[in-house]
Design a protein. Structure first.
Length: 349
């Protein structure tokens, strides 16, 4: 059973990519939805075809290319756009956003300040990077902010297959609103107050998913994947802790749950990147040919430098960095990691 949205106001979804469209369809089961497409041309195409990629739009979805229309008509907004465009989007939306808005983002990436010059004397730190909730707070006057994270492969959710996610926020009201609007018979919604931790889960697991794709690409099986996932989880926890997240977030649905899903599915964009790297393509060739952004690539570059500065051992991230920079093959990386001196299986409890 689903409960109706009794506020009468439509819900806004900003971003008409695969996940944004899936979220819009889920919301539209009990609410009117306004879906924002970034160009008038894309909006016109969606209005005409009522389809985004392979995903058909629900009848309750209205499409627009004007942020003003979304902000003025909707109290609750779900921005789901690539992290590289997120700050620009929030800056453009800021003139239309008010303190009464609730913003729950679904973007799994980091924002790096572009005006900084990193050097040995001026190293990259947590002060130079932002999660998307921090970007929202910096660029707008919105107070009630949250995120949506979990094992949410859009291709499966588009087929109405069972899934679950976490709505995280410092505000109970945001968590309850997200649960009320999104939860249905096929989609479970959990809550968390560890906003930064849940965001970091979604960000860091993309790195490990690229590694899983690379293992698949060189023909390794489930034992190797299990080794990568378990070691990857430990690496995520250590990195997450120094970046402001709590361990509990990483051993829950948004952490290990999302990690397993993205490391096990060829429909994951980050898994696909790793698989294609193993087959000999360059990172530039892969990125140029993809319709949607694989967030893990930019995350590897940022997290590798952060790990060095904070003296966190992150061998998987560091090795993947060498691969995407063309300094190591996937086969060489596999040999290197099998010889890496991991001192303990579990060392974070």
């Amino acid at each position: 059973m689903t409960s109706k949205n009794t506020s009468g106001r439509p819900i806004g979804v900003i971003g008409a990519g695969s996940f944004g469209t899936v979220v819009a369809n889920i919301l539209s089961q009990q609410s009117r939805v306004i879906l924002y497409a970034r160009t008038p041309e894309k909006a016109s195409r969606l209005i005409k075809t009522r389809q985004s990629g392979q995903i058909k739009l629900h009848d309750n979805i209205e499409v627009t290319s004007e942020l003003k229309v979304v902000a003025e008509n909707c109290e609750v907004l779900f921005p789901i756009v690539p992290s590289q465009n997120f700050r620009q989007l929030m800056r453009a939306a800021s003139r239309h956003l008010k303190p009464y808005h609730i913003v729950i983002h679904g973007t799994k990436g980091l924002d790096l300040k572009t005006d900084i010059k990193i050097s040995k004397s001026y190293p990259l730190t947590r002060e130079h990077v932002r999660t998307m909730s921090e970007v929202i707070l910096e660029e707008t006057n919105v107070v009630r902010v949250g995120c949506l994270a979990g094992p949410n492969l859009a291709s499966e959710m588009a087929k109405n297959q069972p899934a679950a996610s976490v709505v995280a926020s410092h505000f109970d009201e945001v968590i309850e609103k997200g649960q009320h609007l999104l939860k249905n018979d096929r989609f479970l919604i959990y809550g968390s107050h560890d906003l930064i931790g849940i965001e970091l889960c979604g960000i860091l697991k993309n790195v490990i998913a690229i590694g899983a794709g690379a293992l698949s690409g060189i023909g390794l099986g489930e034992n190797a994947k299990a080794l990568l996932i378990s070691r990857g989880l430990v690496e995520m926890i250590h990195l997450g802790n120094v970046l402001g997240g709590n361990t509990q977030a990483f051993i829950g649905l948004a952490g290990v749950g999302d990690l397993i899903a993205t490391c096990s599915s060829s429909s994951s964009r980050n898994f696909t990147v790793g698989h294609r790297l193993a087959k000999g393509e360059t990172i530039q060739q892969i990125m140029d040919s993809m319709d949607e952004v694989a967030e893990g690539v930019s995350t590897i570059k940022i997290v590798k430098v952060l790990a060095e500065n904070y003296k966190v051992r992150a061998p998987i991230t560091e090795t993947l960095y060498r691969i995407i920079e063309g300094k190591m093959s996937v086969d060489q990386a596999n040999i290197y990691l099998m010889k890496f001196p991991f001192r303990a299986d579990i060392d974070f409890l």
